[in-house]
Design a protein around this ligand. Sequence first.
Ligand code: G6Q
Length: 538
Amino acid sequence: MKLTEMKEWKALEAHSAKAGKARLRDLFAADPKRAEKFTVEAAGIYFDYSKQRVGAGTMNMLCDLAEASGLRGKIEAMFSGEKINVTEGRAVLHTALRAPKGTVVKVDGEDVVPQVHEVLDRMEAFSRKVRAGEWKGHTGKAIKNIVNIGIGGSDLGPVMAYEALKNYSQRGLTFRFVSNIDGTDFAEAVQDLDPAETLFIVASKTFTTLETMTNAQTAKDWALAALKDPAAIAKHFVALSTNAAKVAGFGIDTANMFGFWDWVGGRYSMFSAIGLSTMIAIGPENFRAMLAGAREMDEHYRTAPFDVNLPALMGLLNVWNNNFLGAASIAVLPYEQYLKRFPAYLQQMTMESNGKRVTIDGQAVDYQTSQVYWGEPGTNGQHSFYQLIHQGTKLIPCDFIAFSKAAHSLGRHHDLLMANVFAQAEALAFGKTADELKQEGVKDWLIPHKTFEGNRPSTTMLLDELTPAALGRLVALYEHSVFTQGMIWQIGPFDQWGVELGKVLAGRIAPELEGKAEPELKHDASTNALIRRYRARK
Ligand code: G6Q
């Protein structure tokens, strides 16, 4: 049934006309137990959504919508390997990547869990060799530098996880990540590296992606220019891919290939072989701890009732803010420097998944789908864009993420960091009234400028410590929140047709830029002019 015609949706619409105007100041004043009532703790995450603009009625209605949308059955369909990615005819089983040995998850009648563990074990053996200095380069020198070449899902997860868990990484190894087709990315990544000590991990599910294949070829040329002998490739290149034929065609021995499967979406692949750089950095034990953390969240999502189910709650709150309070974007604000790439990672996971304008049946939607995700680590953002969140004209719900234990105990730093995250959520929710300013003796003409309206919603997630397990839980939390939203909006979160057109057009334009002869241009007038100007001046 069309979402907007469902009685549960209509009930929320009617409810939002009044409840949407409720003020957090009043809600907190009216109920001393509010913080307690709207906080859920599960899988190591203390999830306080009491500063969201919801009441018990709102939450009941949202949970009713989830039930009526068949979310429970859809979760089961995903976990059990049904081909829910219908436009590509694929199962969606990133959860199987963290399934324990002995679990059975079948795709086309075949249990995929043994394959998952076979690859994990091979990754482990390889990682141990590199970490121990036993994987030697062509000249006999140990590998010291690891360069991951990949883009999108084959880059954002690895680089985010490396940065997030740097404190767990083997510091004697250097890690670099090359993604952009812009030659600067490669040039800067290798400018101070010795080819004899450098290992390239070519990460590409398809092994056909223009950026990655171009960078991989450049890496090969760079390595061979120094090492001369083509036999060096076997020591300095490994591949992470589903496409053995293409890997072999590129010149990488498939013995040095770590596989995965078409049921792992690119943006959901950081726990698969795509995580090899992460495993080399943090070690197999920590990598497995990260998997275990994600698994904990998987089990929670699969079994907990929606009203105490973190990914379901997070997803439903976003639906409320997006569709009923009109919040077009959401700021993800980790108060943890190591999570500096987490917002960028989430941008792909959320927006590539749920940035869709038709339902799974191909009908145009008449409601908003994915919010725009963005963010920066605290406290940096406070000195830049928070002004708009506090006093601007747009409603921007915030996800605050913080940790009780400091990664580095240095003087007052952590207490001050935490004071700031708590203060921001408080200021956003409760603001500062004209009366309060008056009492402080603020001059009348300044009062409008200094008033904080408040009533800006946020969720605060408090975890104990940024461990590999905690990162696994956080990533799985957002993955399943994305799924929750996609299922409510009746869209398909697991394809990404929207990235295709630009690729096709770039393929058409590239020879027009590279050719010697003046090309016959058949684009629009603007594109033709840009191409001509570039050709004349390059
Ligand atoms: C992710 C997308 C996309 C993909 C890249 C890289 O869900 O599909 O970001 O990860 O285009 O693709 P390859 O891994 O095939 O090179």
